[in-house]
Design a protein around this ligand. Structure first.
Ligand SMILES: Cc1cc2nc3c(=O)[nH]c(=O)nc-3n(C[C@H](O)[C@H](O)[C@H](O)COP(=O)(O)O)c2cc1C
Length: 162
């Protein structure tokens, strides 16, 4: 397998998951915005990981805009958000909103749970989350970390199976 792992991360959890995956597979790894699309030609397997903010998968355009190349490769996308991996409806809606038809057809998707640590957030994100929490009955926990190396194993096993 000749694999590349691309990622877009703001606070580090998606980057951490990408590093673990690249290590498990012996794959190359790059931030998606520093990877020129012409370099996809060097790989038969592409794994993309994007952090989720406000229902948008960060950097997903790197995949959606290159599906004409990626549809002929093994394509795996993983998302990282605070949503638990068993929240099926929320995660199905996330794909509905962020995936093109071609991605729906060709990409295998995994969801990993990230972290939320209030003191690390940008001022803008702090204000946003305070506002969201003041309007919600079930408040978001602003100190949580679910990042775990074990979580990547289903993705690794799926790739190693074939
Ligand atoms: C302003 C803001 C909005 C967020 N929106 C979502 C969201 O819509 N869905 C979700 O699952 N997680 C959401 N999160 C949680 C992030 O996805 C989580 O912190 C993730 O670990 C970030 O990845 P990163 O560390 O790679 O940047 C949000 C976090 C912040 C600060």
């Amino acid at each position: 397998m000749n694999a590349v792992v691309l990622y877009m991360s703001k606070y580090g959890s998606t980057k951490q998951y990408a590093e673990w995956i690249a290590e498990e597979l012996g794959a190359d790894i790059f931030r998606a915005d520093s990877f020129p699309a012409e370099n996809f030609a060097s790989y038969d397997t592409v794994i993309f990981g994007g952090a989720v903010f406000g229902g948008a998968i960060m950097g997903i355009a790197k995949i959606s805009e290159n599906m004409h190349i990626l549809k002929d490769k093994r394509l795996i996308v993983f998302t990282v958000g605070i949503t638990p991996p068993n929240a099926e409806k929320i995660l199905a809606d996330l794909l509905e909103k962020n995936y093109t038809d071609s991605m729906m057809k060709h990409a295998e998707t995994f969801h990993f749970q990230g972290a939320l640590e209030y003191k690390n957030l940008t001022l803008g994100h702090k204000i946003l989350l305070k506002m969201i929490n003041s309007s919600m009955r079930n408040k978001l926990d602003l100190h949580q970390n679910h990042v775990s190396r074990d979580a990547v194993m289903p993705l690794i096993n799926s790739l190693k199976k074939e």
